[in-house]
Design a protein around this ligand. Sequence first.
Ligand SMILES: NC(=O)C1=CN([C@@H]2O[C@H](COP(=O)(O)OP(=O)(O)OC[C@H]3O[C@@H](n4cnc5c(N)ncnc54)[C@H](OP(=O)(O)O)[C@@H]3O)[C@@H](O)[C@H]2O)C=CC1
Ligand SMILES: CC(C)(CO)C(=O)C(=O)O
Length: 312
Amino acid sequence: MRVLVVGAGATGGYFGARLAEAGRDVTFLVREARAARLAQGGLSVRSPLGSFRIGTPRTVTAGTIPGPFDLVLLSCKAYDLAGALDDVAPAVGPDTLVLPILNGMAHLDALDARFGPERVLGGSCAIAATLSPEGEIVQMSELHALTFGERDGTRSERIARVAGVMEGAGFTARLSDRILLEMWEKWVFLATLACGTCLMRATVGDIVAAPGGRDVMLGLLDECRGIAAGAGQAPRDKFLETSRGTLTAAGSGFTASMLRDIERGARIEADHIVGDLIARGGKVDPGGARPLLATAYTQLKAYEARRAREQG
Ligand SMILES: NC(=O)C1=CN([C@@H]2O[C@H](COP(=O)(O)OP(=O)(O)OC[C@H]3O[C@@H](n4cnc5c(N)ncnc54)[C@H](OP(=O)(O)O)[C@@H]3O)[C@@H](O)[C@H]2O)C=CC1
Ligand SMILES: CC(C)(CO)C(=O)C(=O)O
């Protein structure tokens, strides 16, 4: 199966490098600056599980895509989605499968509209990773899971082929029969984590050590849970129990990647991860109050406004 990974940043670079290391047929669609860097220094992954380097990663840039691939792994940030879909379009043929691993849900609508729902799988990844200023992928914990599936839950022959590519490639690969629910659960968890840690500019451990911090985290989780339930994707009890534990763990150094982005002055996915969730809440329960999410969203948009004013 020929795999095209769109983006060689934190997530795409990590999972793509693991696939390449395992001998899969992997090409990265990158922009010029990243292509030059990869050609010069290869693709390095610094990992607590053992660092490694792909010496000569295969890359293409927009305009040099040779034709359709079998699988497109989409790993751009949501704010780059429109451009990425334009650039990757020549790689998507009649039999191509598109597997997005972005957080949130709205990208599915964009992908369906662009390539047809029959080509779009569900997907999600769990990892804490970042792209260093030197262009290295830095994995910050041992977590590295990629979950995927047909959105209608069927165990098709084509999803079995995708599983065959992912399994045994050095990360946790899991074929899910309930990928849409899992994406929603991940969104509920991530939105809580991102809103809490960005609002407080602190780790989970710091937040719960502060007066009222635990209530903020649990309140956010409940607001997000209510929206998912209203949308027909009620998170499961086991998921909620585990999330409550993780999101209120004393001494935890856990933060969202969105906080890491804020701390380095980078762009964030405020609308995709928080704004869209609030908007969906407004549709399913127009009178519902979501004060914590609303405050967190205002704070994220204020960060964006300040960043735009200062950085242009
Ligand atoms: N980082 C993490 O720990 C986690 C992130 N996620 C989610 O995964 C998604 C991706 O995040 P992440 O990997 O961190 O983001 P990064 O910014 O690290 O990587 C995204 C990469 O996509 C590239 N890109 C964007 N547009 C194009 C294009 N048109 N052609 C080629 N490459 C393109 C960017 O390239 P360029 O360098 O040229 O800008 C960038 O390197 C997000 O939705 C995020 O929320 C999910 C779980 C964990
Ligand atoms: C919740 C987490 C850490 C899981 O991968 C994540 O998606 C993020 O920080 O963006």
